[in-house]
Design a protein around this ligand. Structure first.
Ligand code: COI
Length: 356
């Protein structure tokens, strides 16, 4: 990997002393620096680490009107109080590249992606919370910047990396969340952009999520767009069910985001000898396995969500009531192992952590 020449403009006074690390939420604090690069004349150039702050954006920029953009969600952890660990950056890069291809955005070279992130993590390493279960969230993203209101692929783009310390994603912390299906809305359909990490997928989920929250649920559990029957994902996480001691998760069929934590859950569970099935699971099958007592756990996985237990799933008039207080044993083992690997407490047998 060749080393990029990155211009560095550092802040004169850090905002770090103002941060209360004991009360971290998700996504509302940003570290001192950010990284940027720009694409014009057919190449990525002008690599710069600079103070976190607003980005210049012409009001006619493509991203503001047609949403040609892609983002990733990654995390850096305090690793044995010695280093910073980024979890599976190559897997995130692969997904980022696939998302860029789907949105017709010129690929970002791997060295630009990795070295841009590394520049921010190295410079702002004191922003990584020391405590287990906390981390520094990393948000690389690319936006189309052509000033043109006709609908066309942009010729110019900007790539940014911003970062900030985070605690739990859900306000429930790691307590079980409550989900509801909402068959009148769909998240994605095969051939669309459901398997790409693009802003529109998330924007389209906001109204149904708002309605779900008004009814007392944490999030919507999406069903497939065609038959409104098969479970897909939860927008902020992929879904897993433990039925008859087998872990079942919906397959990646083009409408589900290929989660990096999802893949890690599958690989870990298989290495423990647990049977894992990536297959379609209908809401009716879920209800009948609840009714006959074989459904013992449901949980979600995601970079922000890590492993989040699900305590209740509502579908029309049927309520699937699981443990309302605690993580089930499978979710707990996965949570302890994955967070342990993040912080260097559990051996990283698969070399998932990239150490800085
Ligand atoms: C992530 O898990 O990194 C995401 O991007 C999900 C988002 C809703 C925070």
């Amino acid at each position: 990997m060749s080393t990029l020449i990155i211009e560095r403009e550092l802040i004169s006074e850090s905002r770090l002393p103002q941060i209360n690390f004991s009360e971290l939420r998700f996504g509302d604090i940003f570290s001192d620096h950010m990284f940027e690069a720009h694409y014009y004349d057919g190449q990525w150039q002008d690599f710069k680490l600079k103070p976190y702050g607003p980005v210049p954006m012409p009001p006619s920029a493509n991203i503001l009107h047609y949403g040609q953009g892609v983002f990733e969600g990654m995390k850096a952890f305090n690793y044995k109080n010695e280093k910073a660990a980024i979890f599976r950056p190559k897997k995130h890069y692969e997904r980022f590249t696939n998302s860029c291809r789907r949105m017709n955005i010129p690929e970002i070279p791997e060295e630009l992606f990795i070295q841009g992130i590394t520049a921010v993590v190295e410079t702002d390493r004191n922003w990584i919370p020391k405590e287990k279960y906390k981390s520094m969230y990393l948000r690389p993203f690319v936006v189309a910047t052509d000033q043109f209101l006709g609908l066309k692929t942009s010729d110019t783009y900007s790539f940014y990396v911003i970062a900030g310390p985070v605690g739990n994603y859900y306000r429930e912390g790691i307590n079980p969340v409550k989900l509801t299906t909402m068959p009148e809305y769909v998240r994605a359909v095969r051939g669309g952009v459901g398997d790409a990490k693009v802003p529109g997928n998330y924007a389209a989920s906001l109204l149904p999520a708002h309605k779900a929250q008004e009814m007392g649920f944490t999030q919507v559990m999406w069903l497939d767009a065609i038959e409104k029957k098969y479970i897909e994902e939860v927008g902020s996480m992929n879904m897993f069910f433990v039925i008859d001691d087998t872990i079942i998760t919906p397959p990646l069929g083009g409408s589900i985001l290929p989660g990096v934590t999802r893949r890690s859950v599958i690989e870990l569970a298989q290495s423990w000898g647990i049977n894992v099935e990536e297959r379609r699971i209908s809401i009716d099958e879920l209800i009948s396995s609840f009714e006959n007592g074989t459904l013992t756990e449901a949980f979600g996985s995601g970079t922000a969500a890590v492993i989040s237990p699900v305590g209740l799933i509502q579908h029309n008039d049927t309520t699937i009531l699981l443990d309302q207080e605690n993580m089930g044993p499978v979710a707990q083992r996965l949570y302890d192992t994955i967070t342990g690997i993040h912080h260097g407490i559990v051996e990283d047998e698969n070399n998932w952590c990239y150490l800085i």
